[in-house]
Design a binder for this molecule. Structure first.
Ligand code: SF4
Length: 323
């Protein structure tokens, strides 16, 4: 690990003042510390944010509010989240390990870096780590990589489970920076790689996530998250699905669908949602809708299996909901 300056402010303003140059904010440390040890990330300054007053979980008429420093395990087990937003609770409980969930913050989770093994190996070409160096995954072992939102410069998947659930529910993120506060849709925080895979989000320099809001949605009670992976714990998704259905009798009035493990960012599927609306819930409807999930998908040499697997993941997730 290379040397760096350290700051540990106890106010948001103090954190923004301390940020500068090549700054990294440190919360749970469950991604950043690993990457600094591997010299994949080499910030000249680390600003620890755990003393900032950015915790807390509450529900009011505006929806569910999650402080950026609320820990994954706190959110997963919160009674209002379990009851009102099971898709969020399940996505969190299927992430990482209990020890990591106790440490990792919600804000940090949204900004975690990819698990592409070539990104973490400084001996390999990686446009995300070293712009212009190439992409070792294109001709390498790319079984776990993305099929949606890829480019010829990068095919890495986004690793967060809970971001998939939050995007399905139209969550917004609250940001503070030198120019003040702003709120953006979580979906617009992320960027597909294009020709600049090292630019992963639309944060401005030094900007800090302060919180997350999930708008009220009574039928989010009828939601779930299904994650398919090589082993049943402590593993990233090959495919995953966050789904919610609003039904009257067996008729689907509305739907929310997003998927993970397949996209270069958490991937909302409006075509699938449209194909579900107005239909009678059941296997045939779900299979027809799921066929839209992989429109535009570009499989690589080792991951074409994700196309049928993603469709089956969606169907199984939808069948598990009440209708
Ligand atoms: Fe790097 Fe992206 Fe290629 Fe992985 S897929 S080696 S992260 S450029």
């Amino acid at each position: 690990m290379r040397g760096f300056e350290w700051a540990e402010p106890d106010t948001v303003d103090g954190a923004l003042e301390a940020a500068g140059g090549e700054t990294a904010y440190l919360a749970g440390g469950t991604t950043l510390v690993d990457l600094m040890k591997l010299q994949v990330m080499n910030p000249s300054r680390v600003v620890a944010v755990n003393r900032l007053p950015l915790g807390g979980i509450r529900v009011d008429s505006e929806g569910l509010h999650l402080g950026a420093l609320a820990r994954m395990s706190e959110v997963a087990e919160h009674p209002e989240v379990v009851r009102g937003y099971p898709v969020i609770s399940r996505a969190l409980l299927l992430s990482a390990s209990q020890q990591l969930r106790n440490m990792a913050s919600m804000g940090g989770n949204l900004l975690q870096r990819t698990r592409c093994p070539y990104f973490r190996d400084v001996a390999k070409a990686c446009n995300k780590r070293a712009p212009g160096s190439g992409c070792a995954a294109l001709d390498g072992f790319n079984r776990t990589h993305a099929i949606l939102g890829t480019s010829s410069h990068c095919v890495a998947t986004h690793a967060s489970d809970v971001a998939v659930a939050l995007i399905a529910l139209d969550a917004t993120v609250h940001l503070r920076g030198a120019a003040g506060s702003r709120t953006v849709q979580l979906a617009s925080l992320y960027r597909t790689p294009g020709s600049t895979p090292h630019v992963e989000n639309t944060l401005r320099p030094g900007e800090l996530i302060t919180g997350i809001t999930v708008p009220p949605l009574a039928w989010a009670r009828n939601s779930t998250y299904l994650k398919i992976r090589d082993r049943q714990s402590y593993e990233f998704a090959l495919t995953s699905a966050a789904v919610a259905l609003k039904t009257r009798g067996r008729r689907i009035e509305d739907a929310r669908v997003a998927v993970g493990g397949v996209g270069t960012m958490p991937w909302r599927l409006p075509e699938v949602e449209a194909a579900l609306r107005g239909k009678v819930a059941g296997a045939r409807t779900f299979e027809d809708a799921a066929a839209h999930a992989t429109e535009g998908a570009r499989p690589l040499s080792h991951n074409a299996f994700k196309i049928p697997l993603l469709r089956r993941t969606l169907v199984r997730a939808l069948l598990s909901l009440e209708a």
